[in-house]
Design a protein around this ligand. Structure first.
Ligand code: AFP
Length: 338
């Protein structure tokens, strides 16, 4: 069958009325920027891109050189095209306006330019996560509060995982689709259309080192998985934890599974570990469009009304049946506590 490039797919989506010209061009620009990030990450030690940048971000985290490089690549690529009113990034405290010399558009772009950056120096897959919102009508110089829209309002969401292959996964709300980079041609080629995640799974992803800090319903749920066929679930489960959300989510998109970053006593005061606007929401949109589920452990992630640009939330996502069981345990425990 003749390969379908990302550009051809975007034209098909425009003809189907799933996306407008400005949004499809924005996605093409973001995908092209991610190809440049792939080149930078693939250089590794010989590219002088490993290690710390010597700076910190709004999260109070030490930035890796590639965090800064990836952020710059995305900002530069999106400054001049005319599709955006502003960008927001994990690496920047405030939104970045489009420079006055360039035309502004009707979209807001949010991204984690390089998620999983603690894995860069040990050559484990990392990725870029992005989300597109509509800029509120009449707002020409968007501030943080204009980005605070529930995940259900996203116009598009996607990630690129920089692994053995460079793979883009994308949704406009009409299914979740995968594109694999053909390095020789430099095009993303459609490799899976309308992905469906199995509702059942035998594989879970969680950082077990936090177990003693989890809430009781999480202890109960994971304890049942670990009990395997001798326990209440009557079957054995397998575990994975890459500590790159993009890599863990891509495994789930590829073969099913569940990913949890629950509240724990260490991070409860912060609201969670993962960021709502540019990690949890885009991944939740992608997962739901592939037939999975995504909650905070207590409610649907995409319906959460954001209160801050860098707000953190608990994340339960993946194969629907297991997300529902884990979420039910939390809701039931809350109800029992009154
Ligand atoms: P870094 O970008 O600081 O490596 O964090 C990655 C991440 O936000 C997400 O991609 C992982 O799922 C999660 O943190 C890993 O957290 P732990 O290091 O606590 O396991």
């Amino acid at each position: 069958m003749k390969p379908i490039s990302l550009i051809q797919f975007l034209i098909e989506e425009r003809r189907a009325g799933h996306v407008n010209a400005e949004l499809s061009l924005l996605i093409e620009v973001v995908a092209r920027a991610c190809k440049r990030i792939a080149v930078a990450t693939n250089k590794g030690a010989i590219g002088g891109v490993l290690g710390e940048a010597g700076t910190g971000n709004i999260q109070g985290e030490a930035q890796k050189k590639l965090d800064v490089i990836s952020n710059e690549i995305l900002l530069e690529a999106n400054a001049w095209g005319g599709q955006l009113a502003a960008c927001a990034s994990e690496e920047m405290e405030d939104p970045q306006p489009i420079p006055d010399m360039y035309p502004k558009g009707n979209h807001l772009l949010l991204f984690d330019p390089l998620d999983g950056s603690s894995n860069i120096d040990v050559n484990i897959s990392v990725g870029t996560i992005f989300s597109v919102l509509r800029c509120p009508d009449g707002v020409t110089n968007p501030k943080a509060e204009h980005f605070l829209q529930a995940g259900t309002t996203q116009l598009a969401a996607g990630y690129v995982v920089y692994g053995p292959a460079t793979v883009l996964v994308l949704t406009f709300g009409h299914g979740t689709h995968e594109f694999t980079l053909d390095r020789e041609v430099g095009s993303f080629i459609l490799s899976r259309r309308d992905i469906r995640i199995p509702e059942e799974t035998g594989e879970f992803a969680i950082n077990m080192s936090n177990q003693r800090h989890w809430e009781a319903p999480m202890q109960r749920y994971i304890g049942e998985l670990l009990a395997g066929k001798d326990g209440p679930r009557g079957r054995d489960f397998n575990m994975r934890w890459v500590a790159s959300m993009v890599a863990d989510v891509h495994r789930i998109i590829t073969r099913g599974g569940v990913f949890f970053y629950p509240l724990d006593a260490k991070i409860k005061s912060k609201g969670g570990k993962l960021r709502l606007m540019y990690e949890a929401n885009p991944m939740a949109f992608i997962i739901e469009q592939a037939g999975g589920a995504a909650t905070t452990g207590r409610g649907r992630l995409l319906e959460l009304q954001p209160t801050g640009l860098h707000q953190r939330v608990p994340v339960f996502l993946g194969s629907k049946k297991e997300v529902e069981v884990a979420t039910h345990y939390h809701v039931e425990a809350d109800r029992a506590q009154g």
